[in-house]
Design a binder for this molecule. Structure first.
Ligand code: DGL
Length: 274
């Protein structure tokens, strides 16, 4: 691994740009190669086997792009395929998912809490967060809820009006999430509605701390690069944003997730398989 190699970040689609944005905020000099598997999204409703096959092929592509790090930005892919991607990549790059840095954050900050998780059906049913939190501390109470309407709602640009407030209130009002002290945003899209989630809790006079997995992984990556002296020392970064299927609407939604619109380039990584 060399310091001037890029950081590969992949997701099922455009939502993982929230993670790329968090990474760029703490590591502005790093070059990013982002890949959104728009041909296969959403991952949240796919089987574990399908997500594993996609993730390994994407890791292979990112290795050919000489990435020093492969960051699985998607919570659904982190739940389904982290171990397999590590096995595949071996020593050729460092692999990050979004779950383990979040567990480390909980280890340091939230040992006695009742912790909630919202995410896709895949992330919740895979139970990886639950298992790792229980391994960490048996006395932490863990509650999780699949919130599948949130991804399409945010992608449609509906995240700060009456409809979105009602959907958010319906999910967060679910009795399973009663009494939580902190809530893990276990999906690439949810940082976009962080303030709406906080507003929901403050209007119900409850204090719930938000644990944003995009921030936890960005900070973990920064510490790793610093510790191993792998931070890019060349002061010019070159970012690339790749997708497996291109539409103008994907390109337009990049602004929601990355803060500014970016140009998407189609890379035909599935063509030989179809
Ligand atoms: N990127 C996915 C995740 O973080 C959400 C979108 C999807 O279901 O593909 O779980």
């Amino acid at each position: 691994m060399k310091s001037n190699q890029p950081i590969g970040i992949f997701d099922s689609g455009i939502g993982g740009l929230t993670v790329a944005k968090a990474v760029k905020e703490v590591l502005p000099d790093e070059s990013i190669i982002y890949f959104g598997d728009t041909a296969h999204l959403p991952y949240g409703d796919k089987s574990t086997a399908a997500i594993q096959a996609y993730s390994v092929r994407i890791a292979e592509m990112l290795l050919t792009q000489k990435c020093k790090v492969i960051l699985i930005a998607c919570n659904s892919a982190s739940s389904a395929a982290y171990d397999l991607v590590i096995e595949y990549v071996g020593k050729k790059a460092k692999v990050f998912d979004v779950i383990n840095p979040t567990i480390d954050f909980i280890r340091e900050n939230h040992q006695d809490d009742t912790i909630g998780l919202i995410g896709t059906k895949q992330t919740v049913s895979a139970g990886v967060y639950k298992k790792k939190i229980q391994e960490l501390n048996q006395s932490i109470k863990f509650r999780s809820l699949a919130t599948p309407l949130l991804v399409p709602m945010i992608e449609e640009g509906i995240y700060d009006d009456e409809i979105s407030r009602n959907v958010i209130a319906k999910y967060l009002g679910d009795p399973i999430l009663n009494d939580i002290k902190s809530l893990i945003l276990g999906c690439t899209h949810y940082p976009i509605i962080k303030s709406q989630i906080l507003n929901h809790y403050s209007s119900h006079k409850s204090e719930v701390e938000i644990i944003d997995s995009a921030n936890t992984v960005a900070n973990a990556l920064k510490s790793f690069l610093e510790f191993h002296q792998l931070k890019n020392r060349e002061k010019k970064s070159m970012d690339k944003f790749l997708v497996s299927d291109f539409t103008e609407s994907f390109e337009m939604t990049t602004k929601t997730f990355f803060g500014k619109e970016v140009h998407l380039e189609r890379i035909p990584i599935w063509d030989e398989l179809s």
